[in-house]
Design a protein around this ligand. Structure first.
Ligand code: ADP
Ligand code: ASP
Ligand code: MG
Length: 458
């Protein structure tokens, strides 16, 4: 196989029903005329949510509801298969039912079993897409990613071990490609070193595609979704959001880290590592070129996009006794790292009398408890007053490679937010100068995003 392959990933809405699956097969057949293709399939739209709800129902002993959910999934996939004129392989559903019965019996839902249950969406959709391709005259074979991607055992948000996985990916997929067959790989799922089913986190099929692209030194990784590409803001929040034809990896990383749901943040990392372009395109409007994410952005100055992550909590440590005392920030970070809590934003006042950090709201109680424990002596001696928590808050970010070295950007950002009468609680600017992020009250974030979008300069 001398020609570089392309990876084409289809998201949930792009595989939502029989006609969408047929459309995906058509796009794959066209792409394959240019170069060898590996497809990555997400679950049919909404299926992962149904599976997760069924697992929660089973845990609460509502096995009747969980069984109904399995029946509904079977009916949905069988109807699509019938309409497409292909066979529907039911075997995975028996395994799903057994897993849910087990959860219900034990009234216990571990992270491990949650991953197993949520894996079935992709395990049902991939064979369906492969069968449709084969019927259309494109030789195709469903591949279970658990045979090729090895991760750590952080169930629910596992990280791929590329050293272990890359050779497996090549060993499995290259012969299939060399035989002129199109592999259709399950997105989202993988397996741990111990052999258990893991998942890469919600929206993780993007990362599956990027990982396969990196292992195969792909020409490009195309992410087919339901919007024209990466837009200057979430189109559900900002009506005038515009298509960004070119983004740098760094801009894409900042945007996706700070809430742009159009791409799974970890997908950017293997793409950067191997310099593989990520192309985001609309499967409903393939005539549009979409967004290309590569080493260089479009080179223009100013703010390119606005993103936001709601559902956060702002923690602050205050006290005169922190001034000039080394290691306070390090202790904060080691406490959060021990808990596995991700710090979305961090800032320290130059007086060193205040440290602020933003974490997910769900991690509030245990993080406050851990910080109070960590700084118990300082609190006793009065050098740190208290650990304060405020929620809900949201982090809003202005992103743009061209913000670097452009004077007055911060003034523009905060003037726009002030005009919307939104109070800014805490500010951080990454040293890359590719991002200015700030925390606002949970009730204000949509207003802040809209106000800030008015100063986006593309
Ligand atoms: P898929 O199922 O194809 O993976 P997702 O729902 O994960 O699709 O991602 C696409 C959605 O991301 C869009 O429908 C859009 O609502 C949302 N989105 C959020 N922020 C942005 C943005 N900046 N640009 C484009 N889409 C965005
Ligand atoms: N099906 C998974 C989810 O809904 C993964 C994905 O769609 O990328 O999160
Ligand atoms: Mg997605």
């Amino acid at each position: 196989m001398s020609r570089a392959v392309a990876i084409h990933k289809f998201g949930g809405t792009s595989l939502g029903d029989a006609s969408r699956i047929r459309n995906a097969a058509r796009l794959l057949a066209a792409a394959r005329r240019r170069r060898p293709v590996v497809a990555v399939a997400s679950a049919m739209g909404g299926v992962t949510d149904v599976l997760l709800q069924a697992a929660r129902d089973a845990e609460r002993g509502r096995i009747g509801l969980a069984r109904k959910a399995v029946d509904a999934l079977k009916a949905r996939h069988a109807a699509a298969a019938r309409e497409l004129g292909v066979r529907f392989e039911e075997a995975p559903l028996r395994e799903l039912s057994a897993a849910l019965e087990g959860v219900s019996l034990l009234r216990e839902r571990t992270a491990r079993v949650t991953d197993l249950v949520s894996s079935f969406g992709e395990r049902l959709s991939s064979p369906l897409l492969a069968a449709v391709l084969a019927k259309a005259g494109v030789p195709a074979r469903a591949v279970d990613a658990r045979d090729i991607l090895v991760t750590d055992d952080r169930h629910g948000a596992a990280t791929c071990d590329r050293k272990r996985s890359d050779p497996r990916v090549r060993r499995k997929l290259k012969p299939i490609l060399a035989a002129g067959i199109l592999p259709v790989v399950t997105g989202f799922i993988a397996r741990s070193v111990k052999g258990e089913t893991t998942t890469l986190g919600r929206s993780g099929s993007d990362t599956t595609a990027a990982l396969l692209g990196a292992a195969l030194s792909a020409h490009e990784v195309v992410i087919w979704t339901d919007v024209d590409g990466v837009l200057s803001a979430d189109p559900r929040l900002v009506r005038g959001a515009r298509l960004l034809p070119r983004l740098s990896y760094r801009e894409a990383a900042e945007m996706t880290y700070f809430g742009a749901k159009v791409l799974h943040f970890p997908a950017v990392l293997p793409a950067i590592a191997e310099g593989i372009p990520l192309v985001i395109r609309n499967s409903f409007r393939p005539e549009i070129r979409g967004t290309t994410i590569a080493a260089k952005g479009d080179g223009t100055k100013g703010i390119h996009a606005v993103t936001a992550v709601p559902g956060m909590c702002l923690l602050s440590l205050d006290g005169r006794g922190m001034t000039g005392v080394p290691g306070i920030a390090a202790r904060v970070f080691s406490a959060t790292a021990r808990l596995g809590v991700s710090v979305v934003m961090f800032s320290q006042a130059s007086s060193e009398q205040n440290i602020a950090l933003v974490i997910p709201e769900g991690d509030r109680a245990r993080t406050v408890a851990a910080l109070e424990q960590e700084f118990r002596w300082e609190r006793l001696t009065g050098s740190i007053d208290s650990v304060n928590a405020r929620a809900p808050i949201a982090v809003v970010a202005a992103v743009g490679e061209g913000m670097r070295g452009t004077p007055g950007i911060a003034a523009k950002v905060f003037a726009a937010v002030a005009r919307a009468k939104v109070n800014v609680e805490s500010i951080a600017q990454g040293s890359s100068e590719c991002n200015i992020s700030f925390a606002v009250d949970g009730k204000d974030w949509v207003r802040a995003v809209r106000a800030l979008h008015r100063v986006v300069s593309i």
